[in-house]
Design a protein around this ligand. Structure first.
Ligand code: FCA
Length: 329
């Protein structure tokens, strides 16, 4: 169909659009990349980031990237698409220097969430803006809870052992299980009855496999206390324990995240998954993207290092706490 606009008219319209575009502030676009999009924790971070995008009026680009190659190409795509910032939980913290270089070249502001970048010297990259959890303290709370539950049940140290499903290559994960072990020891639990089950992958199958190896090695233990990096770690361990006949009456596990264990709490019959330290997905999703938005829009730089806390949830209180935190209606 022939255009109704005459040529000069069309040229004028195009010029007007150009003039308007030159005056309007560029639309703000922020990427939010996570390492394990299948984990409910990350889905909730995204949900809160979406809420910030809606409230503040920016565009959010959600990207799941499980390896370095995907991360680097995601940064290229974001830059090509006009994004100005990236909030990222990297699949491998040692990619830190590469991500920083790539983001700088692409003109993207960068904020690491959950997992802090690690430099070539193996140390945390403290100059990259970061929001994460107070991992050691939250781990200590896990250990205290386990010690208290053991006492409540009247279990003796001779009959009880600790299974720590560990993922030590990730600093925040190591700090969590180290914290749990430290507070169990401080509560008087014998060190020689604390066993690590090192996970090959930081997910439920990784912990299931690692725990099964430990349970095969320690068939005489009557009661198990379980800690791990996150809910997935404890869920995998709990599934392995159940496979060997352990129940809520003979094993107790406490996770971290509080978001990946809801289905577990909703089961009619209690399982050995006793509780979880609920983290603030809202801070990690809403606040991070809000900080990034103001950094881009107003030049307001976020704090270099922000740490968030956790609160214990169990079958008894999870519904109320999730409601209070705006996670559930
Ligand atoms: C890490 C873990 C996640 C979550 C987050 C806060 O990235 O892998 O499960 O605990 O820290």
């Amino acid at each position: 169909m022939k255009s109704l606009l005459s040529l000069p008219c069309r040229a004028l319209a195009a010029l007007t659009v150009l003039a308007l575009a030159a005056h309007a502030a560029p639309a703000i676009k922020i990427g939010f990349l996570v390492k394990q999009p299948e984990e409910p924790w990350f889905q909730l971070e995204w949900k809160f980031a979406d809420q910030a995008a809606k409230d503040l009026g920016f565009t959010l680009v959600k990207i799941g990237a499980g390896d370095g190659e995907k991360v680097l190409s995601a940064i290229d795509n974001l830059a090509a698409g006009g994004a100005q910032g990236l909030v990222i939980c990297t699949p491998d913290t040692r990619l830190g220097p590469g991500i920083v270089a790539k983001a700088r070249a692409a003109g993207l502001k960068l904020l690491a969430v959950d997992d802090q970048f690690v430099g070539a010297n193996g140390q945390p990259m403290t100059k990259v803006h970061y929001l994460g959890i107070s991992a050691g303290k939250i781990g200590e709370e896990v250990g205290k809870t386990l010690a208290a539950e053991m006492k409540k049940r009247g279990w003796t140290a001779a009959d009880t052992a600790v299974c720590a499903a560990t993922f030590d290559e990730l600093a925040t994960a190591k700090a969590r299980t180290d914290g749990a072990i430290a507070s169990l020891k401080a509560a008087g639990f014998p060190e020689n009855r604390i066993f690590k089950a090192p996970q090959r992958t930081a997910d439920i199958p990784g912990s299931f496999d690692a725990t099964n190896v430990l349970l095969t090695q320690k068939p005489a233990v009557k009661h198990w206390l379980v800690c791990g990096n996150n809910d997935s770690a404890v869920l995998g361990a709990v599934r392995a324990l159940e496979g060997r006949g352990f129940t809520a009456a003979t094993a107790v596990g406490v996770g971290i995240n509080g978001t990946d264990c809801i289905v577990e709490f909703e089961k009619a019959k209690p399982t050995p998954f006793f509780g979880s330290m609920l983290l603030s997905a809202k801070s990690h999703g809403y606040e991070t993207t809000k900080m990034m938005y103001h950094w881009i829009k107003d030049g307001k730089e976020p704090p270099l290092d922000t740490r968030t806390v956790g609160v214990l949830i169990t079958r008894e209180n999870f519904r109320q706490v999730l409601k209070d935190q705006g996670i559930r209606d």
